[in-house]
Design a protein around this ligand. Structure first.
Ligand code: UGA
Length: 463
């Protein structure tokens, strides 16, 4: 991916910084590799020694297009180093970027313990003034809490400021998102630490500077809005099924309004991944903790739970009782382009089918789920062998080019439930397969939905 390296303009002289990036997970590793490509000296601090050893050898532990190339470039230029030791990573750095996980607790509140530990460890290792830039998604007010903790462990004379600099990367497009951000958000209550963080990015990038609590909320609110858009699309898709309409043109028409926009209006089995659901729950927990009713966010979460449930309900409506029925599920990843199965709608479908006693086989081109390894097959046609129904649950491009004749030949039945609109309808039908999709009702003239307007028309005509 040379275009990425080329596009990564080096910062102007005097703007090269030494940065410590804490955490070499998906956000931290991407940020570290991209900052090094921008010309900064990056010390990536990761507590997992095996992970550090692999990264030093140039091995990327996650599936993220283009990241291996940037890692190789960073190692070769020596602008990117990995260590398990804070005393090697922190001294000399002006900014320490905290990119550790803030996973949800069972009650929806984020677990901030890794973040607190990172802030404490880094502050203790600082040999001069240091700015902590929080990339991890956190509730408003976390910056103040971290600043207090850092002040307790910093050496006398070392000042530690905390700036909110939330991350908006999407898995599978993380590199492009880093180099072409819609916005870089910098939230600080003092100008100097904000400047130190802003200096890490090219000045031409769109920047929003604000207070720290507002910056913290931008991230949660953005993900909650994306979740709401998807839940809205799924609600409209459910309504389309009932009124004999087709969600594809309906949502296309809605999205063509530039005030609304077409992205994140794709209907399907609901949203998943490690972020949207977590941040929606985080927003709800934050609102509830201050006595505010987050009605829209709660509704978005409820609709998502319904969007997942209804897949198994649909299969039961099509097949009858699911116990012992052979079902092949194509796709396990929470979206195409990633091996991540966290909170994956596809996995929820598999689990829902297993709960009903169905006999399930699965296939995914990249992802796997250790607990379901015994169900996984090496190619989609093997997964479909003997199946009464094939469910397409992740929109991998390769599913759009499946050979429907071979698929039909592998199956025992002829039903395909395409949750993500991947399969070409005409070719699928020509192979003798019955294609069922979400969001599409039968537009018969005497559909119940016609009765009410007909009555209203007749009322007007007779009065
Ligand atoms: C999301 C946000 O898009 C990023 O901006 C954010 O930085 C990231 O979370 C994060 O907080 O770290 P990501 O989780 O990688 O990124 O995935 P998305 O591309 O947002 O997709 C999330 C889910 O929504 C997937 O299950 C996807 O299939 C689903 N989706 C997306 C739909 O069901 N319909 C759509 O129209 C779009």
């Amino acid at each position: 991916m040379n275009h990425i390296s080329l596009r990564a303009a080096a910062p102007p002289p005097g703007r090269v910084s030494t940065v410590c990036v804490v955490g070499a997970g998906y956000v931290g590793l991407t940020a570290a590799a991209c900052l090094a490509a921008l010309g900064h000296r990056v010390h990536c601090l990761e507590r997992d020694a095996e992970q550090v050893a692999r990264l030093r050898r140039g091995q990327v532990p996650i599936y993220e297009p283009g990241l291996d190339q940037l890692l190789a470039d960073g190692l070769r230029s020596d602008r990117l180093r990995f260590t398990t030791e804070a005393r090697e990573a922190v001294p000399g750095a002006t900014v320490a970027m905290l990119c550790v996980g803030t996973p949800p607790r069972p009650d929806g509140r984020p677990d901030l313990r890794q973040l607190a530990a990172a802030a404490t460890e880094v502050a203790a290792a600082a040999t001069g003034d240091l700015v902590l830039a929080v990339k991890s998604t956190v509730p408003p007010g976390t910056g103040e809490a971290l600043e207090l903790l850092a002040a307790l462990s910093a050496a006398p004379g070392c000042r530690v400021d905390v700036v909110s600099n939330p991350e908006f990367l999407r898995e599978s497009q993380a590199i492009d998102d880093f180099f072409e951000p819609d916005r870089v958000v910098i939230g600080a209550d003092e100008p100097e630490p904000a400047e130190a963080v802003a200096d890490l990015y090219p000045p031409s990038w769109p920047m929003l500077r604000c207070d720290r609590r507002s910056a913290e909320l931008v991230k949660c609110a953005s993900n909650a809005f994306l979740a709401m858009k998807i839940s809205f699309a799924n609600e409209i898709a459910g309504l389309c099924e009932r009124v004999g309409a087709d969600a594809v043109p309906v949502l296309a028409g809605v999205g063509m309004d530039h005030r609304i926009g077409s992205s994140f209006l794709g209907h399907g089995p609901g949203f998943g991944g490690s972020c949207l659901g977590k941040d929606l729950s985080g927003l709800i927990a934050t609102a509830e903790s201050v006595g505010f009713d987050p009605a829209l966010s709660r509704a978005a979460r409820d609709v998502n739970a319904w969007a997942r449930r209804r897949v198994v309900d649909r299969l039961a409506a099509l097949l009858g009782p699911l116990a012992g029925r052979r079902v092949a599920v194509l796709g396990l990843a929470f979206k195409p382009g990633t091996d991540d199965v966290r909170d994956s709608p596809a996995l929820a479908v598999v689990q829902g089918l297993l709960d009903q006693g169905a006999d399930v086989s699965t296939y995914d081109p990249v992802a796997s789920a250790p607990a379901l390894a015994h169900l996984q097959r090496d190619d989609p046609y093997l997964a479909a062998r003997g199946a009464e129904v094939v469910v397409v649950a992740t929109a991998w491009p390769e599913f759009a080019t499946l050979d429907p004749v071979t698929l039909a030949g592998s199956m025992d039945g002829h039903l395909v439930l395409d949750l993500v609109g991947s399969l070409p309808p005409a070719a699928t039908a020509a192979a003798g397969l019955e294609l069922s999709t979400l969001g599409r009702g039968t537009p018969d003239t005497f559909h119940p939905v016609v009765v009410a307007p007909l009555e209203w028309c007749l009322d007007a005509a007779l009065s």
